[in-house]
Ligand binder design. Structure first.
Ligand code: IMP
Length: 425
């Protein structure tokens, strides 16, 4: 079976974990390809509620779970998650969890640099998750970062960590006027992490490739969403990795011919955390209502998410950039009870109309574009118990049909409540 890629089609937090959990039941390998512990989703395992940031949610199913070369790994956080899962009775042994030797390491000084850089930006801060993501990817691109494979020799790894921390401390104290971190203590902590994580190192590209050759099902899990992509998002208000489907190829190491299915996860409305443009944002009562009903607070930072109407040009952008073959619509139930629904169907600037989201234009130009809305009737019924699409209220059915028409792709999953079974498949 060829590979399936699951991506976020908006600004992240679309509910990819839920969709991956659904698809992972049938997967032999589940592989995460980008980002780090900036991502997050809540899973329920054996009655325990767990927040996973790094480990794929396939860990709750029989699949082998991989963290690919495109991911930046904070070893301390990875071990914390493994310990939590183990306490909940989940097998997280090296036979079930593989960390690519080519994945990059996040050091505590990357986190300190993330905070220091945000502080210097002041009013133009990105509103990062503070997890050290940007500085770790910057060191990767500058070819000075540590990779996970170096953990095989814990002593040597600790020496290299000490060198990196010294270099970062010079930046922290000299450029940013911030405090440095203790060199020996940090190196000793990372020596310990290396000892524990070394048995998990593997060649993820080979694991994925061999699984595909053997006709097995590989599920590639993207973190964040399209508009946080470093190249195709609302730069500079983005994360530092490839969040799009193409990121799965580079982040795991396989070719485009192996992909048969690209599933875009779309929330029935739009949310965003952190700073940056958000044309359909609702600042009043309706936005607050969506936030409350949808429990729109970040899994990683707890920050309230900004909420707004669905944006069809963003969906079209997602379909084109990712080559989406189908859509999963999540949280449709959150819109129940709203009398009228608005959806941005195009953008307009000085009489000029665009049906694609003008992200490439850059932030200054984007500010000139105004969303053009269409109003649709809402529905008042509680839809959380609906399990067949034809049983949805007419207005909800119409809303989903319009999403398919705007995107030009079929909807194969509709989330109508937070529980696993509250979905229309
Ligand atoms: P960073 O990835 O921590 O550098 O943050 C960069 C931007 O991406 C900020 O606006 C964050 O709020 C946003 N971001 C990062 N990870 C996620 C996520 O998993 N969901 C939603 N937004 C995210």
């Amino acid at each position: 079976m060829p590979a399936t890629i699951v991506v976020g089609a908006q600004w992240g937090d679309e509910g990819k974990g839920r969709v991956v959990d659904w698809l992972a039941r049938e997967a032999d390998v589940v592989a995460r390809y980008n980002g780090g512990d900036n991502a997050g989703h809540t899973v329920i395992a054996q009655g325990h509620t767990l927040k996973l940031h790094l480990i794929p949610s396939g860990i709750l199913h029989p699949a082998i779970n991989c963290i690919g070369a495109g991911v930046v790994v904070n070893p301390e956080r990875m071990l914390q998650e493994m310990d939590e899962l183990a306490r909940a009775g989940v097998d997280v042994g090296p036979g079930r969890l593989k960390l690519s030797a080519a994945a990059h390491i996040i050091l505590s000084t990357h986190r300190a640099l993330d905070g220091a850089r945000e502080a210097v930006r002041g009013g133009t801060a990105i509103g990062t998750t503070g997890r050290g993501i940007g500085p770790a990817y910057a060191d990767k691109a500058a070819r000075v970062n540590l990779r996970a494979g170096e953990m095989v020799d814990a002593e040597r790894f600790a020496e290299r960590v000490a060198q990196q921390v010294e270099m970062h401390n010079r930046l922290l104290t000299g450029i940013y006027g911030a405090e440095g971190l203790p060199v020996d203590e940090t190196a000793a902590a990372y020596r310990e992490y290396a000892t524990r994580l070394a048995p998990y190192l593997g060649n993820v590209s080979a694991i994925v490739g061999e699984a595909l050759d053997a006709g097995q099902t590989v599920l590639c899990e993207g973190a964040q969403g399209l508009l946080l992509d470093l190249d195709h998002g609302t730069y500079p208000y983005v994360t530092s990795s490839s969040t799009i489907a193409g990121g799965a190829l580079t982040g795991l190491g396989f070719g485009p011919g192996r992909v048969s299915r690209v599933l875009g996860v779309v929330k029935a409305y739009t949310t965003r955390v952190g700073a940056g443009p958000f044309p359909t944002e609702l600042s009043g009562e309706t936005g607050a209502r969506i936030r409350d009903v949808g429990a729109e607070f970040g899994t990683t930072t707890g920050r309230p998410r900004r909420c707004g109407w669905l944006d069809a040009p963003i969906l079209r952008h997602a379909v084109r950039v990712n080559g989406l073959t189908e859509l999963a619509v999540t949280k449709l139930d959150v819109l129940s009870g709203l009398e009228r629904l608005k959806v941005a169907v195009a953008y307009e600037r000085d009489g000029e109309r665009a049906t694609h989201f003008p992200a490439e234009a850059g932030m200054a130009a984007l500010a000139d574009w105004r969303p053009v809305y269409e109003e649709l009737p809402g529905w008042t019924e509680d839809i959380s118990g609906v399990r067949r699409r034809e049983d949805l209220p007419a207005a909800a059915r119409e809303y989903v049909a319009r999403i398919e028409a705007w995107a030009g792709a079929p909807v194969t999953f509709i989330g109508v409540g937070p529980e696993r079974e509250q979905a229309i498949l």
